[in-house]
Ligand binder design. Structure first.
Ligand code: CDP
Ligand code: MG
Length: 136
């Protein structure tokens, strides 16, 4: 039975800066994650803080928000079979050092904070995060 889902991807400032957007988009498409919408933007620190609100009690929250707002990002809606979990798997572990071979974070991540990509962690958060960036 098919289970088409949508999830939110962010190409973070470290990857945009290193001109990895087209390479990462090609990986998505090759892995049957179709790009339904895409835009480049630069968040303010307040907007980054709103986006990452679930992490507000974490020690890394402030640095995380400073980082996400430090330069342009590319946000995308990805659609495909089991897109939420299939994209999480393709992305790899949060810390690139722990990520499996051929995952995006293993290929391109620099460190736990500069780990190149974000992906929604559940279907519920995917729809919230898509609404955050693609309100109509
Ligand atoms: O992005 P992911 O869902 O894999 O990880 P998370 O636990 O939701 O954390 C969000 C982001 O915070 C990560 O992608 C890291 O960039 C950052 N982070 C960090 O800087 N230091 C940590 N110890 C954990 C996460
Ligand atoms: Mg997360």
């Amino acid at each position: 039975m098919s289970n088409t889902e949508q999830t939110l991807s962010i190409i973070k400032p470290d990857a945009v800066e290193r001109n990895l957007v087209e390479k990462i988009k090609n990986i998505f498409v090759k892995n049957n994650l179709n790009i339904k919408d895409s835009k480049k933007l630069h968040l303010t620190k307040d907007e980054a803080a709103e986006f990452y609100k679930v992490h507000q009690s974490k020690p890394f929250y402030n640095d995380l928000c400073t980082y996400l707002s430090s330069g342009p990002i590319v946000v995308m809606i990805l659609e495909g079979e089991n897109a939420v979990m299939s994209y999480r798997k393709l992305m790899g572990a949060t810390n690139p050092k722990d990520a499996e071979e051929n995952t995006i974070r293993k290929l391109y991540g620099i460190s736990i904070d500069k780990n190149s990509v974000h992906g929604s962690d559940s279907l519920d958060n995917a729809s919230k995060e898509i609404r955050f960036f693609f309100k109509n």
